[in-house]
Design a protein around this ligand. Structure first.
Ligand SMILES: Cc1cc2nc3c(=O)[nH]c(=O)nc-3n(C[C@H](O)[C@H](O)[C@H](O)COP(=O)(O)OP(=O)(O)OC[C@H]3O[C@@H](n4cnc5c(N)ncnc54)[C@H](O)[C@@H]3O)c2cc1C
Length: 381
């Protein structure tokens, strides 16, 4: 907007906010909703640069995962056990919260379970998983309420029709959601709670004025709020430089419907770098960031031949050998990584807060992170 704003616009739309949440992904939406639920009188505004959420939450694979066995073992090698199992617990609780608050029907939740594939050359990794399985199941039992979360499922390989796959480990508790429906249901709750939502508004910069924050938007408007919460995940570096976040692009594709699709649920391989699931009779397949980490360390949406060719290769040779299908759609989304897998929920100053770095597993934990962030902001008042 090139014209100066009017007195009325200024009074009504630019000033007087208690909290402005930037970013309408699962974390921003959940945080805004929690803020209004816990402090009804607060004036909360949610700003989103896209005409719909435009990061990871509406572009992901919709797998409600809390970690494959090999991911947990790998994490245990690099982080304290309390941190690793604490994250599993947070993801699990987050998923339960999402299901309870929005309802399974509204989020398209299905409990079809998950599997991890091990190829012939990954025999050693599989052997380690089998060796550690009982101990990890025992530790997880009180958290997840199930004695054996991970079980060997080699007997399913031929029925699923996978080629080159030597072993399978099943996680009975992994679920799948419809990410579009989940985000729509969440947005409806946010609006119904009285949060003001403004799409198509990119925040260019924020200025801490000690008692309040000035928010400079792409359309030239300048907003004022007592508090600001950054829920901008992979895009955080421009607004809060110096924070330990790195963008990570993830590419996916979806096939046409396959009449006799021999499997259901979600699947992971190559240390979680590849994942696929059924969406009805289609297969949604993504990953391959590890083919070129540097190229995928970007906030720019886009597809590369290298990754897309590899996805197609795995589809043809491992996942859907001999099946008739075409690729119907391809897209990308931006995740957020850093030196640790744990999310950053912290105060950057007295007035600016952040809830970011959801890594590649934000579906399950997003609601927890949003609530934690809302509590942090409320505690600062
Ligand atoms: C392809 C793909 C597949 C994935 N698959 C899974 C999966 O199966 N299971 C799983 O658990 N996780 C998965 N993830 C990860 C998961 O989607 C994320 O961890 C989670 O959605 C992050 O939520 P968020 O709210 O933190 O961030 P986002 O959803 O990225 O939201 C951030 C929002 O901030 C907005 N924004 C950024 N900068 C600004 C600005 N300056 N002004 C205004 N708005 C701004 C963005 O437009 C965006 O809408 C996947 C991610 C991708 C990309």
């Amino acid at each position: 907007m090139n014209q100066p704003f009017s007195f009325w616009e200024n009074q009504t739309w630019l000033d007087g906010y208690d909290v402005v949440v930037i970013g309408s992904g699962i974390v921003g939406l959940y945080a805004a909703w929690e803020l209004k639920k816990k402090a009804k009188s607060l004036r909360v505004l949610l700003l989103e640069r896209g005409s719909i959420p435009a990061g990871a939450s509406t572009r992901n694979a919709g797998v409600a995962c809390f970690g494959t066995l090999s991911e947990i073992i790998d994490d245990l090698a690099h982080h304290p056990a309390s941190e690793v199992f604490g994250m599993v617990e947070k993801r699990w609780k987050g998923l339960q919260k999402l299901r309870q608050n929005l309802g399974d029907k509204a989020i398209g939740f299905e409990a079809k379970g998950g599997h991890e594939l091990f190829f012939t050359e990954q025999k050693g990794q599989h052997a380690l998983c089998m060796e550690r399985m009982d101990g990890i199941n025992r530790t997880l039992a009180p958290i997840l309420g199930k004695k054996q979360t991970y079980v060997s499922a080699d007997h399913s390989i031929s029925g699923f029709g996978f080629k080159g796959t030597e072993h399978l480990i099943r996680n009975a508790l992994e679920g799948q959601i419809d990410s579009g429906q989940m985000m729509k249901a969440l947005l409806e709750k946010v609006r119904a709670a009285g949060v003001e939502v403004r799409f198509g508004t990119a925040v260019k910069s924020i200025e801490d004025e000690e008692q309040a924050v000035r928010i400079l938007c792409g359309d030239g408007s300048i907003l004022k709020s007592k508090r600001v919460l950054l829920a901008t995940n992979g895009f955080t570096a421009t607004l809060a430089p110096g924070i330990d976040v790195v963008p990570a692009r993830a590419q996916v594709l979806i096939t046409s419907a396959i009449e006799k699709l021999p499997f259901q649920g979600s699947f992971h391989f190559d240390d979680g770098y590849y994942y696929f699931r059924n969406v009805g009779k289609r297969v949604l397949f993504g990953g391959g960031r590890n083919l070129d980490f540097k190229a995928e360390e970007t906030t720019a949406f886009g597809l590369t031949e290298k990754v897309q060719n590899q996805l197609e290769h795995y589809l043809k040779t491992v996942i859907l050998p001999g099946q008739n299908y075409s690729i119907e759609q391809r897209w990308s989304g931006i995740m957020c990584m850093g030196s640790k897998r744990t999310p950053i929920v912290e105060a950057l100053s007295k007035t600016i807060f952040c809830a970011v770095r959801l890594s590649g597993m934000g579906v399950a934990i997003g609601s927890q992170v949003g609530e934690e962030a809302a509590d942090l902001v409320l505690a600062s008042n």
